[in-house]
Ligand binder design. Structure first.
Ligand code: SF4
Ligand code: SF4
Length: 164
């Protein structure tokens, strides 16, 4: 039994997806979505579910994590719907409820661990060395103060706890 949540639209709006009501379901977004070509993900369907307030169904589907944020859909949408912002808003709501796709959690944890989203393991270090690059890239990792400052920001915003 599907139970629409009339407050969900406002929740999405509060997280940046305010214009999702502008969608008139033409399907242009789905037609050009590269993720949809590889998976069962359908952008138009997510927009419709958001309009209808199908919160539980959306938060518990893998669909909201399939978007790569390439913005092809937004470039083509005839109604100017902020599709990516809407998907990100729904993801934010999901994360606040402790729901996060494993791959995204792993990437987020890299940010906590390394200061950026790319893993820096021994294999990557060896690959960098074989290319004549320093094993540690010149990011926050190579700067103790920047690394400490970044860790403080993650702790202050609660990001580290959120993705634990
Ligand atoms: S392209 Fe825009 S108007 Fe058309 S279905 Fe997608 S979001 Fe809705
Ligand atoms: S931004 Fe996301 S939903 Fe839009 S086309 Fe790219 S992968 Fe598909």
């Amino acid at each position: 039994m599907v139970t629409p949540n009339p407050d969900f639209y406002n929740e999405i709006a509060a997280n940046g997806g305010a214009d999702v009501k502008m969608c008139f379901q033409c399907g242009t977004c789905t037609a050009g979505c590269p993720s949809g070509k590889e998976t069962a993900y359908r952008t138009r369907k997510v927009m419709r579910m958001a309009q209808l307030g199908l919160k539980d169904e959306l938060l518990n589907t893998d669909d909201i994590w399939q978007c790569t944020t390439c913005y092809t859909c937004e470039e083509r949408c005839p109604r100017g719907v902020p599709i990516v912002d809407t998907i990100l808003a729904i993801r934010n709501i999901a994360i606040q409820q402790g729901k996060m796709y494993d791959a995204h959690k792993k990437t987020a944890n890299n940010l906590v661990k390394y200061g950026h989203t790319v893993d820096l393991n021994d294999k990557v270090k060896a690959m960098r060395a074989s290319l004549g690059l320093p094993e540690v890239p010149p990011t926050v990792l190579a700067n103790e103060k920047a690394s400490a400052d970044f860790a403080k920001i993650l702790a202050k915003t609660g990001f580290d706890k959120l993705v634990e």
